[in-house]
Design a protein around this ligand. Structure first.
Ligand SMILES: [Zn+2]
Length: 273
């Protein structure tokens, strides 16, 4: 009995050989598929090096969609899953090799994809459902392993918030978040909160709704960040009603300021929308 999906151990992608972290749903073949060869232009996949080499020498596909961000050699392409279904399905198949949590394979037409390229090479992407459900500004985010030390995840998270801000809503990512995703978001949310504080704050009582409006962060995400950073003061006014506009929160402001915010990774002036 043959397995429906190939068991992949490593992939060749552009100049890199990458160990996979999770299994995707590449169809199994009679060939040995434990090593997969990926075209970085069209994301087509091959089990044989010779077939891959032949393909790479002739594939001229350029990254689809339109560029919404351009700074130096970094570009973000917005790709409509409806118009580029095959391309984004192959992109998702590849991305699933590096993430444990869910991603989409088949309903891609309902999503927009924001693909970051470095000198023309795709390095990371996030998806966002076109229907604005519960103000989710990001469905799934993946940075390919060779590029994970360059803060590309942070760049895309900042981009997702810039886009939801432009669209006039307070966004949040879909759950569940991967461990890496949660760490990235906590860092981003914390930095955003730090930036919002005056240099010499005179008190530590803040209206949650005002803070949310000023930072573009959802109220629950603010509280989550303070809790996970141990910054909530011992005495906290009970949050009885999430919609209570006068609700206030008490936190240790000095400790929040102890660690300065990292500089923005995303340059808002390079956004082309
Ligand atoms: Zn190709």
């Amino acid at each position: 009995m043959t397995e429906a999906f190939a068991r992949i151990d490593i992939v060749r992608y552009h100049d890199y050989v990458i160990k996979v972290k999770s299994q995707s749903i590449y169809p199994a073949t009679k060939s040995n598929m434990s090593k997969l060869y990926l075209c970085h232009r069209c994301f087509d996949y091959f089990s044989q090096r010779s077939t891959y080499t032949n393909h790479i020498s002739t594939c001229t596909l350029e990254t689809p969609g339109h560029v919404i961000y351009h700074k130096h050699n970094e570009r973000i392409h917005r790709i409509d899953g409806h118009f580029y279904k095959d391309y984004v399905q192959r992109l998702c198949l590849f991305g699933k090799l590096f993430i444990d949590t869910k991603t989409v394979f088949f309903d891609v037409e309902y999503f927009d994809f924001f693909l970051l390229t470095e000198a023309g090479i795709p390095v990371a992407f996030f998806s966002r459902e076109k229907r604005n459900v519960d103000n989710f500004n990001l469905a799934c985010i993946i940075t390919f392993p060779p590029f994970q030390s360059k803060q590309y995840g942070r760049l895309l998270i900042e981009c997702s918030y810039a886009l939801s801000h432009l669209d006039g809503y307070i966004g949040t990512p879909e759950r569940p978040l991967s461990q890496l995703g949660q760490r990235s978001y906590l860092s981003f949310w914390r930095d955003t909160l730090v930036r919002s504080l005056p240099l010499n704050p005179t008190n530590t009582m803040w209206s949650l709704s005002e803070w949310s409006k000023n930072t573009g962060l959802r109220q629950q995400d603010i509280v989550f960040t303070l809790k996970h950073s141990n910054l909530l003061a011992d005495r906290v006014i009970t949050m009885t009603d999430e919609n209570d506009m006068n609700q206030q929160i008490l936190f240790r402001v000095n400790e929040l300021l102890d660690k300065p915010a990292r500089p923005f990774r995303f340059d808002i002036d390079c956004l082309l929308v």
